[in-house]
Design a protein around this ligand. Structure first.
Ligand SMILES: [Ca+2]
Length: 696
């Protein structure tokens, strides 16, 4: 067949308006060609019409997949949405099941013919395998009982309803008794038997010399080092996302090793392992007393998700015209804007990355739209959480991972970029099903008044977010300024931290705010240096204040780096995690003296913090930095912990009389950080940038 005619034919098969479309194409061609194509078209039209008639009788839809892949009985919400994928599946007329206790509530047909949503109710069902029968109705037949539609089975599919491992209230989330250790699976460690080239994935390469390509770390690599986390003394692990990110490597050397461009919400990325590997990791972590926090993203998917190329409904994505309109300015080959992203021609809407409009009482519509509806990057389509079917899909997905692998918490990426009301509904449902579970939302604004408004039950917002844990970006921000400053009598240095904690009255629950000194999106605290004095001050503060602390992998062995050149510089491979590494920080013998010293220092502090009620339940009293020294006390049932930081590069004298209200009659007390003893009955001489954590 002539190439053009072939193309037209293919178009005809997939479009109701094929004659119109073909006519438009023909106008652009010369007379001879036109004649040939017109002739071909008439013939094709007849063929297609005939084929369509035949298809009505013989077409059996092929079901490609159903999300969720299986479900659980016994949840408080007994309804479940099944998203069925299959060519032409939308137009199936009826779906039935005779499984006891299951009713089919409704079928929802969206704009694309290739999805069908089935809402079922499993309230009275027992675990087992049900069969869904897809049927068409053909005319009517008169029977004694009246008119009845004649149905014909088109296809059937089995669907498993599973028993839950435990009820929702038994799922214990992370709390301020935990210390989270954040890591990137691609960069941490590679397990035995790793496959460097998984077949069936879009083009990619593992290359540890390239900062933005995959390096080949995986879930088994993490599992094989669980004892390392125990030795260090952290109690929970947060990995950057582990779900499939099947995007090809870009020509500019970028890949989706970071995991924030989901292409399958029900499957671990095969480069990281299988769903079974993830489950095994969670099980073995739990057996060792470690919790697992899963990173999720409701704001956007990855460009290669099937939803991008065949949107279930026209409003599945925000500002979808960039994908759908021919004149959108989008290069169909690369997926990026043909010219500048700000080109007047482009229908692409870039998020401003400015999160303030979401809470700003004076926000303009244009700013708010850019924040919540602009795409994070061109390769991450912005999901419309106001589409109730999409939101149901996402809510179910989070429940499915809790039930299936037993995660202990969720870290939600880019929280304010998604619609706040939809996210609140999600958190409300999770809280009703799992009242002791915990979720932390990324709320990247460095003002306490902003992050506080996102915490559950905040009086600062008219909408209850039901989000128990928010991230203290103010702490991160102030600490990273203070490290380069001298603590003066008024504002600089550790005064910034004092001033930040003052605003804890804004938080409904400061004990459930997560603090950190660095993460995968920031410079490492050490920058490109190795100033352990400043680092120790930061960590001593982080681990003793009224917060849930979060560490970033490698800090314990002095990993440093800044983002100036590439994010890869703050996401380097953990030494010893990969075959052939000569430098191995997993063992004492493999660490340098400086690394071992830091590891030992942090490990001691972390183990001391475990089950320490002075830290997790104690009151907090802070003193305005005086003579360059910042002092915070925690007190519980007659026990006191005193964090003392000299925020200057000079020796400083601490007037103990000033701190009498928390020191009381204490005399010789132990410094947790060094196991040395100090006498609090007389003034303390502090070395430059010295840190003490005294307990008595
Ligand atoms: Ca958004």
């Amino acid at each position: 067949m002539h190439d053009l005619a072939k193309k037209v034919f293919v178009n005809a098969l997939i479009s109701k308006d094929y004659l119109y479309l073909c006519s438009v194409k023909i106008i652009a061609n010369n007379d001879m060609r036109r004649l040939f194509i017109l002739t071909a078209l008439v013939a094709l039209n007849m063929t297609v019409m005939a084929a369509k008639k035949t298809m009505v009788r013989t077409n059996r839809p092929v079901i490609n997949r159903i999300d969720p892949t299986d479900w659980y009985v016994g949840l408080k919400n007994p309804t479940v949405q099944l998203m069925v994928y299959g060519n032409g599946i939308r137009d199936v007329q009826r779906v039935t099941t005779d499984y006891p206790g299951v009713t089919i509530d409704s079928l929802v047909r969206l704009d694309s013919p290739n999805y069908l949503l089935i809402y079922i109710n499993v309230k009275d069902a027992q675990p087992g395998t049900m069969t869904l029968v897809f049927k068409e109705e053909r005319g009517k037949r008169k029977e004694e009982s009246g008119k009845r539609k004649v149905e014909r089975e088109l296809t059937r599919v089995k669907y498993e309803l599973k028993a839950r491992e435990m009820s929702g209230d038994k799922r214990m989330g992370f709390t301020n008794a935990d210390v989270l250790y954040m890591l990137m699976p691609d960069r941490f460690a590679q397990g035995a038997g790793h496959n460097p080239q998984v077949k069936g994935m879009r083009s990619y390469k593992e290359d540890r010399s390239k900062p933005s390509l995959r390096h080949g770390g995986d879930l088994n690599g993490i599992r094989e080092h669980l004892d390392y986390f125990k030795e260090l003394g952290v109690t929970a692990l947060w990995f950057t996302p582990v779900l499939e990110n099947d995007s090809p490597d870009q020509e500019n050397g970028f890949s989706t090793y970071h995991g924030y461009a989901t292409t399958d919400y029900y499957k671990v990325d095969p480069r990281f392992g299988t769903n079974a590997d993830y489950k095994r990791l969670c099980d073995e972590a739990h057996a060792k007393g470690l919790k697992i926090v899963m990173d999720m993203i409701f704001n956007h998917s990855g460009y290669e998700h099937p939803w991008t190329h065949d949107m279930p409904s026209k409003d599945w994505l925000n500002t979808p015209e960039w994908l759908t309109e021919e004149q959108s300015g989008r290069d169909p080959m690369t997926g990026f804007a043909e010219k500048s992203e700000n080109s007047e021609k482009s229908a692409y809407l870039q998020t401003s990355y400015k999160l303030t409009p979401v809470l700003d009482p004076y926000a303009s519509k244009v700013d708010l739209k850019e924040t919540t509806e602009g795409w994070f990057v061109p390769s991450m389509p912005d999901l419309n959480q106001h589409n109730p079917h999409l939101m149901r899909y996402l809510i179910q997905n989070s429940i499915w991972w809790i039930e299936t692998v037993g995660i202990d918490g969720i870290r939600m990426d880019t929280y304010p970029y998604a619609y706040a009301d939809a996210m609140a509904q999600w958190m409300k449902e999770i809280d009703e099903e799992y009242p002791n579970f915990n979720t932390v939302g990324e709320t990247w604004v460095t003002e306490p008044a902003y992050t506080a408004a996102w915490q559950a039950n905040s009086k600062l917002s008219t909408l209850n977010s039901h989000l128990k844990t928010v991230m203290d970006f103010s702490f991160f921000d102030k600490l990273n300024q203070a490290k380069n400053e001298e603590t003066d009598a008024w504002w600089n240095g550790l005064n910034r931290l004092y001033n930040s904690f003052c605003y804890d009255y804004l938080y409904p629950n400061p004990s459930s705010v997560m603090a950190f000194i660095e993460n995968h999106d920031t410079d490492r605290f050490l920058g490109n240096g190795r100033d352990t004095l400043a680092l120790k001050q930061a960590l001593a503060l982080l681990l003793t204040v009224n917060r849930i602390p979060q560490l970033y992998y490698g800090t314990e062995v002095l990993m440093n780096g800044t983002k100036e050149v590439t994010d890869g510089n703050v996401r380097k491979d953990f030494p010893g995690g990969f075959l052939g590494d000569t430098h191995n920080c997993f063992t004492k013998e493999g660490r340098s003296q400086a690394e071992q010293s830091m590891f030992q220092w942090l490990s001691r502090l972390l183990h001391w913090r475990q089950n320490n009620e002075v830290i997790t339940k104690g009151s907090m009293i802070q003193f305005i930095p005086f003579n360059g020294i910042y002092v915070i006390a925690r007190q519980y049932q007659g026990r006191t912990s005193l964090t003392i930081l000299n925020g200057t590069s000079k020796a400083a004298k601490m007037d103990v009389g000033r701190y009498q209200e928390v020191i009381g009659k204490a005399g010789k007390v132990k410094d947790v950080l060094t196991n040395r003893y100090y006498d609090l009955s007389k003034d303390l001489e502090l070395k430059p940038r010295q840190s003490l954590v005294l307990e008595f």
